[in-house]
Every structure is written in C-alpha cells, then in structure tokens.
Design a protein. Sequence first.
Length: 152
Amino acid sequence: MEYEKIKQLMEDMGSSKLTEINIDFSDGTKISMKKENVEAISNCQTMETNSVGAISNHPQAEIKQDEKEESGNIVKSPMVGTFYIKPSPTAEAYVEVGKEVKKGDVLCIIEAMKLMNEIESEYAGKVVEILVKDGDMVEYGTPLFKLAVSEH
C-alpha cells in the first residue's frame, strides 16, 4: 500500500467517529488502527483543571483558541502521534522561536504507526511560539506552532 494512501487513511480515521478499524488486504498487508476515547480524556483534563483551579500546562488545556488565532496563525496537528522538533536526536531542530519560515517549510515530524510524517508550514512568517514539547503525544487538531504572518 502506498504511503500517501496510508497517510490519508490515518487522517480519515482521525476525523471520523470510528474508534477502531482492522483491514486485511488480499496481498497480505494488514492495517490495524485504534484511537483512544478522546472525549473521556478531555473530561478528565477538565475535571483536573476545575479541581485545582488553575490552567494546566497541557496543550489541550490552553487558553481559548479564538484568542490565539487573533494574534497569529496556528499550525495544528493533522494527526494523532508523537511530536518531534528534530529529524533525529542528535540533529538541529527544524525551527526555533524567532525563525522565519516560508509556506511549505518543514516545521516538525509527527510519528504515527512507525511512520515519520513531516509537517509543513501552512503560512509564511516568523515562529512566535512552539506550543508542544519534543516527544509529546499530540491529538488531531492540537496546536503545534504559533506564527506571526509575513506581509509578503
């Protein structure tokens, strides 16, 4: 099965209500995907935030999304996986705060099902904030980067 078709299948699974799928192809290829109950996780984080009375540092418990989008463009995760800011543990980071990026520049990698997916910038601008830490698990739609838009 081609990489792009697998990537599309993962994205479709991430945006659907399905929680688990197993596919056996005639060529012997098997694909099995299962996602956590995102609603239950969100409820646990909400209860934790309310009982402590402070906002957690977890990316999903961040300040209202609308407020962030007003002051810059947010690059969000297109899939569930592990966020990596570097191509390898000994390499330099793809981007850092203050770096100018063009639309299409690689910002990070998200590892999903042992596949390394390069995440490209949707905007041209300057990296204002990196919203997740290297090695963190991210969900579909998790804000990853905040960019100040260039006028070009």
